[in-house]
Design a protein around this ligand. Sequence first.
Ligand SMILES: [Ca+2]
Length: 217
Amino acid sequence: MKSFMIYMFVICSFLFTVPPLKAAQVSDTDLWNYQNISSISSSVMASWSNVRDVFGAALSTVEAGRAMFTDTQPAGYQHWIQWTLNAPALVSNINLVAVHDLGGIEFRGMSRFILDAYVDSSWLTVVDYTVVPKEIGGKLVYGGGPYYTDTNRLELELSFGELTAQTWKAYFVQYGNTTSPRIMELDAFYTPEAVVSEPASLVLIAIGTAILLRKKR
Ligand SMILES: [Ca+2]
């Protein structure tokens, strides 16, 4: 039991000393920036928004650089964007940054983010992320991230291994009943080190090893 406790201490130390899950600042040079996109379509956008602002452009007439969908849909509606790149690209991780109004997540917030890739003539879901709001100051909020720390910001960096695709589709599920999600940026990268040494994976491996050791005793 003593060696097991020492082992758990080492693992707990690791848990609290690893850097936060990878995150990145919004990029204008990533694989999905608008210069690399040949065609793009979406569900109805707000009249003042341009969907290309999700991919590094600044064409929206209100809040340039951010994009919003139509405000005519109820909570749970899946707004979507589909885009085709100039050429297939190898992707290992994506970075999504979104921002809701200061009043809380029900105003321009999302409850879920889904990312599909078109591979071998069918759609493959590579990300299905449910937002878990935090309660801060009496409001439900995204909670902020390492680079975008305001509590109304969502900063979501996810690695999903290596995948080559030319056409992608993202779904943004509306949280509240009155306003659509506001998207700041969706970036994609190929980062080999993220594929092989994701800190969360290492933590899971360490915990798994500990459980095995415990079972052997
Ligand atoms: Ca970008």
